[in-house]
Design a protein. Structure first.
Length: 274
């Protein structure tokens, strides 16, 4: 497990391992690296599971959804197979740590068991969702959950609308902050970058070597042209390092996976194409 964990610290190794470098125009520096957020159904039928694996191929990093780590969900065995069979892909698990706004308000012992479960099936990181004050998460709660994740040898990706909320909570170099739909959300343009209170914390994250992750979502399953347009707009607005593009609810309704090569092509065109 620890030998495999070093993959997450070398994106170049991950990219070459899944053949993505071959897609890129090497005369340009890519705008960002692609990743996939997949909250859809994990098939229990082996043939369908292999088809899902094929659809996911090409993504160096994949974030899976809530519940896939539990035996009671029925998803544990196929999820474990998916992770183990894609040995050159880094997988992140998911834990919702929100307290208010219809969030589950999980106790810390539940969160700890979930983190352990993700680690045990091969996840190298975890997305801590709904992790900001807008969901009732105090800095102390976030700090404690981050410490639990690190204790289980998991990289941490924190989803908080205001990036200042993730400062001083124990994030390490290589951990990340997720700017979810800061430029477009469900097909509607968003102007979060213009909110100075939010943006002012981003340089501080960079100084602490906290990576910037981004998402862009459409109201329907995006076309290749939509992916190209909004991938470039999103990255140019925030200059993040990782980008996921998706239809509504990150595949949870459609099980659709945006082909990795669409996003890779969009991100490989370089800043000169913007």
């Amino acid at each position: 497990m620890f030998k495999r964990q070093v993959l997450i610290f070398s994106i170049a190794a991950i990219l070459s391992g899944v053949g993505i470098v071959g897609y890129l125009d090497k005369s340009h520096h890519p705008l960002a690296h692609p990743f996939l957020i997949y909250y859809g159904w994990i098939p229990k039928n082996h043939e369908r599971l292999v088809r899902l694996q094929d659809k996911m191929s090409g993504y160096p990093i994949i974030v899976l959804g809530s519940g896939d780590e539990w035996q009671s969900s029925g998803d544990l065995a196929p999820t474990r197979w998916l992770i183990s069979s894609m040995s050159h892909t880094v997988f992140y698990g998911y834990v919702d740590i929100g307290v208010t706004g219809s969030q589950p308000d999980h106790q810390l012992d539940y969160i700890q068991r979930s983190l352990v479960a993700w680690h045990n099936i091969g996840a190298l990181g975890v997305l801590l969702d709904c992790a900001g004050p807008d969901y009732g998460v105090s800095r102390a709660r976030l700090r404690e959950v981050v410490a639990l994740a690190h204790h289980d040898h998991l990289q941490v990706l924190v989803n908080s609308w205001n990036p200042s909320a993730v400062l001083g909570v124990g994030l390490r170099p290589g951990d990340g902050w997720l700017a979810e739909n800061w430029v477009i959300a469900d097909g509607k343009p968003v102007n979060a970058v213009a909110e100075g209170e939010n943006v002012s914390a981003v340089p501080e994250l960079r100084r602490h070597h906290i990576t910037i992750w981004m998402t862009a979502t459409d109201s329907t399953v995006p076309s290749a042209a939509w992916v190209t347009r909004w991938a470039q707009k999103t990255v140019s607005s925030l200059d993040g390092s990782y980008l996921a593009v998706s239809g509504p609810q990150y595949s949870s309704r459609s099980n659709n996976v945006i082909p990795a090569h669409w996003l890779i092509k969009a991100l490989s065109q370089g800043r000169d194409g913007l």
